[in-house]
Design a protein around this ligand. Structure first.
Ligand code: XMP
Length: 314
Protein backbone atom coordinates (compact mmCIF):
# COMPACT_ATOMS: atom_id res chain seq x y z
CA UNK A 1 0.00 0.00 0.00
CA UNK A 2 1.24 3.49 -0.75
CA UNK A 3 2.63 5.37 2.24
CA UNK A 4 0.25 8.31 1.78
CA UNK A 5 -2.69 5.89 2.02
CA UNK A 6 -1.25 4.42 5.23
CA UNK A 7 -1.06 7.91 6.68
CA UNK A 8 -4.66 8.72 5.71
CA UNK A 9 -5.90 5.42 7.14
CA UNK A 10 -4.02 5.89 10.41
CA UNK A 11 -5.35 9.45 10.83
CA UNK A 12 -8.92 8.29 10.16
CA UNK A 13 -8.58 5.40 12.60
CA UNK A 14 -7.32 7.76 15.32
CA UNK A 15 -10.20 10.16 14.65
CA UNK A 16 -12.73 7.37 15.09
CA UNK A 17 -11.08 6.08 18.30
CA UNK A 18 -10.30 9.29 20.18
CA UNK A 19 -13.16 11.45 21.44
CA UNK A 20 -11.50 12.96 24.51
CA UNK A 21 -8.13 14.23 25.77
CA UNK A 22 -5.25 11.90 24.93
CA UNK A 23 -1.78 11.83 26.43
CA UNK A 24 0.94 10.71 24.07
CA UNK A 25 4.24 9.38 25.34
CA UNK A 26 6.95 10.99 23.19
CA UNK A 27 10.51 9.69 23.61
CA UNK A 28 11.92 11.52 20.60
CA UNK A 29 12.37 8.22 18.78
CA UNK A 30 10.94 7.81 15.31
CA UNK A 31 8.04 5.56 16.43
CA UNK A 32 6.53 7.87 19.02
CA UNK A 33 7.27 10.96 16.89
CA UNK A 34 5.34 9.46 13.97
CA UNK A 35 2.50 8.52 16.33
CA UNK A 36 2.47 12.09 17.69
CA UNK A 37 2.36 13.70 14.23
CA UNK A 38 -0.45 11.36 13.11
CA UNK A 39 -2.40 12.01 16.31
CA UNK A 40 -1.82 15.75 16.03
CA UNK A 41 -3.28 15.65 12.52
CA UNK A 42 -6.16 13.51 13.73
CA UNK A 43 -7.27 15.21 16.95
CA UNK A 44 -5.21 18.43 17.23
CA UNK A 45 -5.96 20.18 20.51
CA UNK A 46 -7.17 17.00 22.27
CA UNK A 47 -3.54 15.87 22.26
CA UNK A 48 -1.22 16.33 25.25
CA UNK A 49 2.39 15.38 24.33
CA UNK A 50 4.64 14.34 27.20
CA UNK A 51 8.36 13.58 27.19
CA UNK A 52 9.52 11.78 30.32
CA UNK A 53 13.11 12.33 31.39
CA UNK A 54 13.74 9.03 33.18
CA UNK A 55 17.27 9.97 34.22
CA UNK A 56 18.30 7.17 31.86
CA UNK A 57 18.50 9.26 28.72
CA UNK A 58 21.55 9.87 26.54
CA UNK A 59 23.71 12.98 26.79
CA UNK A 60 21.85 16.07 25.49
CA UNK A 61 18.78 13.91 24.70
CA UNK A 62 16.16 16.05 26.44
CA UNK A 63 17.25 19.20 24.59
CA UNK A 64 17.34 17.36 21.25
CA UNK A 65 13.84 15.98 21.72
CA UNK A 66 12.51 19.41 22.67
CA UNK A 67 14.11 20.69 19.45
CA UNK A 68 12.49 17.96 17.32
CA UNK A 69 9.04 18.88 18.61
CA UNK A 70 9.67 22.63 18.34
CA UNK A 71 10.57 22.09 14.66
CA UNK A 72 7.38 20.08 14.16
CA UNK A 73 5.34 22.89 15.76
CA UNK A 74 3.90 20.48 18.36
CA UNK A 75 3.81 21.52 22.00
CA UNK A 76 5.69 19.13 24.30
CA UNK A 77 5.63 18.96 28.08
CA UNK A 78 8.91 17.77 29.60
CA UNK A 79 8.52 15.87 32.88
CA UNK A 80 11.63 15.29 34.98
CA UNK A 81 10.95 11.90 36.59
CA UNK A 82 14.57 10.89 37.05
CA UNK A 83 14.40 10.67 40.83
CA UNK A 84 11.30 8.44 40.65
CA UNK A 85 12.88 6.02 38.13
CA UNK A 86 16.32 5.81 39.75
CA UNK A 87 14.99 5.31 43.27
CA UNK A 88 12.59 2.56 42.16
CA UNK A 89 15.37 0.80 40.23
CA UNK A 90 17.85 0.89 43.12
CA UNK A 91 19.16 -2.55 44.01
CA UNK A 92 17.44 -4.37 41.11
CA UNK A 93 19.73 -6.43 38.88
CA UNK A 94 17.46 -8.89 37.06
CA UNK A 95 16.69 -7.61 33.51
CA UNK A 96 12.97 -8.44 33.46
CA UNK A 97 12.48 -7.02 36.96
CA UNK A 98 14.06 -3.74 35.78
CA UNK A 99 11.71 -3.67 32.77
CA UNK A 100 8.64 -4.19 35.01
CA UNK A 101 9.68 -1.29 37.25
CA UNK A 102 10.22 0.95 34.24
CA UNK A 103 6.89 0.02 32.60
CA UNK A 104 5.06 0.72 35.83
CA UNK A 105 6.81 4.03 36.52
CA UNK A 106 5.98 5.33 33.04
CA UNK A 107 2.30 4.61 33.73
CA UNK A 108 2.46 6.31 37.15
CA UNK A 109 3.90 9.43 35.48
CA UNK A 110 1.12 9.39 32.87
CA UNK A 111 -1.49 8.97 35.60
CA UNK A 112 -0.13 12.06 37.34
CA UNK A 113 -0.50 13.90 34.02
CA UNK A 114 -4.01 12.47 33.64
CA UNK A 115 -4.95 13.93 37.03
CA UNK A 116 -4.05 17.36 35.67
CA UNK A 117 -5.44 17.23 32.13
CA UNK A 118 -8.29 14.71 32.59
CA UNK A 119 -7.09 12.44 29.79
CA UNK A 120 -9.01 9.31 28.88
CA UNK A 121 -6.51 7.90 26.34
CA UNK A 122 -2.82 7.05 26.28
CA UNK A 123 -1.32 6.88 22.78
CA UNK A 124 1.88 4.83 22.48
CA UNK A 125 4.31 4.40 19.60
CA UNK A 126 4.32 0.60 19.97
CA UNK A 127 5.46 -1.20 16.80
CA UNK A 128 5.25 -4.88 15.84
CA UNK A 129 8.63 -6.05 17.25
CA UNK A 130 7.69 -4.58 20.67
CA UNK A 131 4.75 -6.93 21.18
CA UNK A 132 6.30 -9.83 19.29
CA UNK A 133 9.39 -9.80 21.56
CA UNK A 134 7.15 -9.24 24.60
CA UNK A 135 5.56 -12.65 23.97
CA UNK A 136 2.59 -11.60 21.80
CA UNK A 137 0.62 -14.34 20.02
CA UNK A 138 1.75 -17.15 22.36
CA UNK A 139 5.43 -16.54 21.63
CA UNK A 140 8.22 -16.85 24.16
CA UNK A 141 8.99 -13.62 26.05
CA UNK A 142 12.37 -12.48 24.73
CA UNK A 143 12.20 -9.22 26.67
CA UNK A 144 9.20 -7.31 28.01
CA UNK A 145 9.17 -4.03 26.16
CA UNK A 146 8.35 -1.26 28.61
CA UNK A 147 5.25 -0.22 26.66
CA UNK A 148 3.78 -3.74 26.27
CA UNK A 149 4.83 -6.61 28.57
CA UNK A 150 6.16 -4.13 31.13
CA UNK A 151 2.81 -2.41 31.67
CA UNK A 152 1.20 -2.88 35.10
CA UNK A 153 -2.23 -4.60 35.31
CA UNK A 154 -4.03 -1.57 36.73
CA UNK A 155 -3.76 0.95 33.89
CA UNK A 156 -6.52 3.51 34.13
CA UNK A 157 -6.13 4.87 30.59
CA UNK A 158 -7.42 3.50 27.28
CA UNK A 159 -4.32 2.53 25.30
CA UNK A 160 -4.22 3.40 21.60
CA UNK A 161 -1.41 2.11 19.38
CA UNK A 162 -1.63 3.42 15.82
CA UNK A 163 1.64 1.79 14.66
CA UNK A 164 1.10 -1.63 16.22
CA UNK A 165 1.26 -3.55 12.94
CA UNK A 166 4.28 -1.76 11.46
CA UNK A 167 8.00 -2.57 11.46
CA UNK A 168 10.74 0.03 11.90
CA UNK A 169 11.55 0.40 8.18
CA UNK A 170 7.85 1.00 7.45
CA UNK A 171 7.59 3.56 10.25
CA UNK A 172 10.63 5.34 8.81
CA UNK A 173 8.92 5.47 5.40
CA UNK A 174 5.85 7.03 7.05
CA UNK A 175 8.12 9.49 8.89
CA UNK A 176 9.66 10.58 5.58
CA UNK A 177 6.19 10.94 4.08
CA UNK A 178 5.22 13.16 7.03
CA UNK A 179 8.35 15.30 6.58
CA UNK A 180 9.82 14.34 9.95
CA UNK A 181 13.48 15.40 9.82
CA UNK A 182 14.52 12.88 12.50
CA UNK A 183 13.22 9.90 10.45
CA UNK A 184 16.65 8.22 10.35
CA UNK A 185 17.51 8.80 14.04
CA UNK A 186 19.00 5.60 15.44
CA UNK A 187 16.66 3.61 17.73
CA UNK A 188 16.92 4.21 21.46
CA UNK A 189 14.97 1.83 23.71
CA UNK A 190 12.19 3.20 25.94
CA UNK A 191 13.88 1.88 29.11
CA UNK A 192 16.89 3.93 28.02
CA UNK A 193 20.32 3.28 29.49
CA UNK A 194 18.75 0.87 32.01
CA UNK A 195 19.01 -1.95 29.44
CA UNK A 196 22.65 -1.01 28.82
CA UNK A 197 23.72 -1.11 32.48
CA UNK A 198 24.07 -4.73 33.50
CA UNK A 199 23.88 -5.25 37.23
CA UNK A 200 22.87 -2.51 39.61
CA UNK A 201 21.77 0.89 38.30
CA UNK A 202 23.51 3.55 40.37
CA UNK A 203 24.00 7.24 39.53
CA UNK A 204 27.74 6.69 38.93
CA UNK A 205 27.12 3.75 36.59
CA UNK A 206 24.45 5.72 34.69
CA UNK A 207 26.94 8.56 34.20
CA UNK A 208 29.61 6.12 32.97
CA UNK A 209 27.26 4.37 30.54
CA UNK A 210 25.95 7.73 29.25
CA UNK A 211 29.50 8.97 28.64
CA UNK A 212 30.55 5.71 26.91
CA UNK A 213 27.45 5.82 24.67
CA UNK A 214 28.20 9.42 23.79
CA UNK A 215 31.77 8.55 22.83
CA UNK A 216 30.66 5.63 20.63
CA UNK A 217 28.06 7.82 18.92
CA UNK A 218 30.31 10.81 18.29
CA UNK A 219 33.29 8.73 17.13
CA UNK A 220 31.24 6.60 14.73
CA UNK A 221 29.33 9.57 13.36
CA UNK A 222 32.60 11.43 12.75
CA UNK A 223 34.20 8.35 11.11
CA UNK A 224 31.15 7.87 8.87
CA UNK A 225 31.15 11.57 7.92
CA UNK A 226 34.80 11.19 6.87
CA UNK A 227 33.93 8.10 4.78
CA UNK A 228 35.97 5.76 7.02
CA UNK A 229 33.02 3.43 7.68
CA UNK A 230 29.29 3.14 7.11
CA UNK A 231 27.13 4.51 9.88
CA UNK A 232 25.65 1.41 11.57
CA UNK A 233 21.88 1.00 12.06
CA UNK A 234 22.37 1.18 15.82
CA UNK A 235 25.53 1.81 17.84
CA UNK A 236 26.10 2.27 21.53
CA UNK A 237 27.97 1.10 24.61
CA UNK A 238 26.84 -1.08 27.51
CA UNK A 239 28.43 -1.22 30.96
CA UNK A 240 29.20 -4.67 32.33
CA UNK A 241 29.64 -5.45 36.04
CA UNK A 242 32.76 -7.44 35.16
CA UNK A 243 35.82 -6.17 36.97
CA UNK A 244 39.31 -6.85 35.70
CA UNK A 245 42.76 -5.77 36.74
CA UNK A 246 44.35 -2.93 34.83
CA UNK A 247 47.05 -0.32 35.23
CA UNK A 248 47.04 3.47 34.89
CA UNK A 249 50.51 4.95 35.04
CA UNK A 250 52.05 3.03 37.94
CA UNK A 251 48.75 2.41 39.72
CA UNK A 252 46.73 -0.78 39.80
CA UNK A 253 43.10 -0.34 38.73
CA UNK A 254 40.26 -2.78 39.34
CA UNK A 255 37.65 -1.38 36.98
CA UNK A 256 34.53 -2.39 35.08
CA UNK A 257 34.13 -3.29 31.40
CA UNK A 258 32.45 -1.43 28.55
CA UNK A 259 31.21 -3.37 25.56
CA UNK A 260 30.80 -1.52 22.26
CA UNK A 261 27.90 -2.70 20.11
CA UNK A 262 27.21 -1.69 16.50
CA UNK A 263 24.82 -3.51 14.18
CA UNK A 264 23.24 -3.33 10.76
CA UNK A 265 19.58 -4.26 10.50
CA UNK A 266 16.42 -3.49 8.59
CA UNK A 267 13.82 -3.68 11.32
CA UNK A 268 15.60 -4.77 14.51
CA UNK A 269 14.12 -8.28 14.34
CA UNK A 270 17.46 -9.66 13.19
CA UNK A 271 20.81 -7.91 12.96
CA UNK A 272 24.44 -8.43 11.97
CA UNK A 273 27.32 -6.98 13.93
CA UNK A 274 29.06 -4.20 12.00
CA UNK A 275 32.68 -4.82 10.95
CA UNK A 276 34.00 -1.51 12.30
CA UNK A 277 37.66 -0.90 11.27
CA UNK A 278 40.10 -1.57 14.11
CA UNK A 279 41.60 1.92 14.15
CA UNK A 280 38.16 3.39 14.88
CA UNK A 281 37.55 0.82 17.62
CA UNK A 282 40.98 1.62 19.09
CA UNK A 283 40.16 5.35 19.18
CA UNK A 284 36.83 4.61 20.89
CA UNK A 285 38.56 2.36 23.43
CA UNK A 286 41.21 4.98 24.25
CA UNK A 287 38.67 7.76 24.68
CA UNK A 288 36.44 5.63 26.93
CA UNK A 289 39.25 4.50 29.23
CA UNK A 290 40.67 8.06 29.40
CA UNK A 291 37.28 9.61 30.16
CA UNK A 292 36.30 6.98 32.71
CA UNK A 293 39.72 6.53 34.39
CA UNK A 294 39.50 4.41 37.49
CA UNK A 295 35.96 3.26 36.70
CA UNK A 296 36.42 1.48 33.35
CA UNK A 297 39.74 -0.08 32.34
CA UNK A 298 38.70 -2.52 29.63
CA UNK A 299 36.73 -2.14 26.38
CA UNK A 300 35.53 -5.05 24.24
CA UNK A 301 33.68 -5.26 20.94
CA UNK A 302 30.59 -7.44 20.53
CA UNK A 303 30.76 -9.62 17.39
CA UNK A 304 27.44 -11.42 17.92
CA UNK A 305 24.63 -11.39 15.37
CA UNK A 306 20.92 -11.37 16.32
CA UNK A 307 20.08 -14.21 16.63
CA UNK A 308 21.57 -15.65 18.75
CA UNK A 309 22.22 -12.38 20.63
CA UNK A 310 19.75 -9.55 20.85
CA UNK A 311 20.77 -6.01 19.95
CA UNK A 312 20.65 -4.64 23.50
CA UNK A 313 22.35 -6.61 26.27
CA UNK A 314 19.24 -6.77 28.49
P1 XMP B 1 16.64 -6.23 20.91
O1 XMP B 1 17.57 -5.88 22.02
O2 XMP B 1 15.41 -6.92 21.41
O3 XMP B 1 16.16 -4.84 20.33
O4 XMP B 1 17.28 -6.98 19.79
C1 XMP B 1 15.50 -4.63 19.11
C2 XMP B 1 15.28 -3.13 18.98
O5 XMP B 1 14.34 -2.71 19.97
C3 XMP B 1 14.92 -1.78 20.87
N1 XMP B 1 14.39 -2.10 22.19
C4 XMP B 1 13.36 -1.45 22.75
N2 XMP B 1 12.65 -0.39 22.32
N3 XMP B 1 11.35 -0.47 24.30
C5 XMP B 1 11.65 0.10 23.12
O6 XMP B 1 11.03 1.10 22.78
C6 XMP B 1 12.01 -1.54 24.81
O7 XMP B 1 11.71 -2.03 25.90
C7 XMP B 1 13.08 -2.04 23.98
N4 XMP B 1 13.95 -3.07 24.14
C8 XMP B 1 14.74 -3.07 23.02
C9 XMP B 1 16.42 -1.95 20.73
O8 XMP B 1 17.14 -0.77 21.07
C10 XMP B 1 16.55 -2.33 19.26
O9 XMP B 1 16.52 -1.19 18.42
Amino acid sequence: MQTQMLVDEAVEALQSQIDDTAIIACSGGVDSTVAAVLAHRAVGSLLHCVYVDTGLMRKHESGEVAGIFADLGIELEVVDASERFLSNLAGITEPEAKRMVIGEQFIRVFEAEQAQCGAKFLIQGTIAPDWIESGGGERDVIKSHHNVGGLPDDVNLVIVEPLREFYKDEVRAIARELGIASSERQPFPGPGLAVRILGEITPDRVTACREACHIVETQLQAAAAEGKCELPWQYFAALLPVKSVGVHGDARVHGETVVVRAVTSLDGMSASYSPIPHDILAAISTEITNSLKGQVNRVVYDITHKPPGTIEWE
